[in-house]
Design a protein around this ligand. Structure first.
Ligand code: GDD
Length: 325
């Protein structure tokens, strides 16, 4: 039986990945913060349905000793490094913690694996934000990086570190350069979940407006459960490489709004209020991914359309709210 260790197991991607690996017969270990264990009904909500099948370890991913002890204890065959500060629009005050969470944590994990489990295969979660203000569109694995946010810079630094461990220490480290991916488990601060949950509230008479920033912003939005399939496939290859994972289709926030409100038979224009605080000074213009390599080498492809995904998110939020009313 293969043993997998997942950082960020209670997040959207971690929870779908844990489900996938359990289905494939893995022993699945995850790292969670002590606060999360103490407030399990909220912070572990994405994995509560799996909790009896998982082996959870309390630790802080940016603390080398903590990670070292967990890797020593688990001795994983595969390690998926998903934990990160993942909200792009943080303020100046958050810069140090974003850099520390995203870079130091990657170092702690790679260094521990190198010392203790050098045969362990590692997945690193890169991001389209590393391309930032990309010079070419769509972007593929050869497109030059040009990050526009501290988040993008932190991910790019960690990505280079991961490559360095692959090239100099001969670790099997594969990196996914993932574009936006959403689901009913998406965090509430991201625009898609903010929209789906507010549409659900409006439908149930619990809200009457939705404040947003730039609704003409464009994103390449995929379906999160599809993206964890790609993560796993990357670690089953003969050689560790980098892969762009994306749908290759751009939609605006306005498109998302229109689809989401149409699920409940409403016109979004009647509910939207612009809030300038949600505009981003360093907004990336049009990140659109070319995932030909993943499609060809991994046999990967998206399974759900944008429209189907939006509908699932809105209907799930309605169901959650109705259950908790
Ligand atoms: N969050 C948010 N809130 N975004 C808004 C709002 C709002 O009220 N109004 C408009 N937007 C626009 C943002 O300006 C951005 O252009 C777009 O909606 C998407 O924003 P987010 O959902 O916050 O995602 P993101 O693109 O910044 O980052 C996500 O995708 C990256 C690429 O995969 C995150 O998941 C990152 O961690 C990830 O790396």
């Amino acid at each position: 039986m293969k043993r997998a260790l997942i950082t960020g197991i209670n997040g959207q991607d971690g929870s779908y990945l844990a489900e996938l690996l359990l289905t494939l017969g893995y022993e699945v270990h995850g790292i969670v913060r002590r606060e999360a264990i103490e407030d399990a009904s909220h912070r572990l909500v994405n994995i509560l349905h799996l909790i009896d099948k998982l082996k959870l370890h309390v630790g802080a991913v940016d603390n080398h000793l903590s990670i070292y002890k967990i890797v020593a204890n688990v001795r994983p065959d595969e390690c998926y490094h998903l934990a990160a500060s993942s909200f792009v629009s943080y303020t100046f005050d958050d810069e140090a913690s974003v850099l520390s969470n995203n870079f130091t944590a990657t170092h702690a994990l790679l260094a521990s694996v190198k010392e203790l489990s050098p045969h362990c295969r590692v997945y690193f979660a890169g991001s389209s934000e590393m391309f930032g203000n990309a010079r070419f569109s769509p972007q593929n694995e050869s497109t030059p990086f040009n990050p526009r946010s501290v988040y993008g810079i932190s991910k790019l630094a960690a990505f280079h570190l991961a490559r360095n461990y692959r090239e100099h220490h001969k670790l099997f480290v594969a990196a996914g350069i993932l574009y936006n991916h959403e689901s009913p488990r998406r965090g509430y601060q991201f625009v898609t979940r903010k929209i789906s949950t507010t549409v659900a509230k409006i439908h149930l008479g619990l809200a009457d407006r939705l404040e947003l920033g730039n609704i003409d912003a464009l994103r390449d939005w995929g379906y999160a459960p599809d993206y964890v399939v790609a993560m796993h496939a990357m670690l089953q290859q003969e050689k560790p490489e980098d892969y762009v994972i994306a749908t290759g289709v751009l939609h605006s926030v306005r498109d998302f709004l229109s689809e989401a409100f149409s699920v409940v038979g409403l016109d979004y224009e009647a509910y939207i209020h612009t809030n300038l605080d949600h505009f981003r000074p360093g907004e990336v213009v049009s990140l659109c991914g070319d995932s030909s390599k993943a499609r060809h080498t991994l046999g990967w492809q998206p399974t759900k359309s944008f429209k189907q995904m939006v509908k699932e998110m809105v209907l799930t939020d309605i169901e959650h709210l109705e259950r908790n009313q």
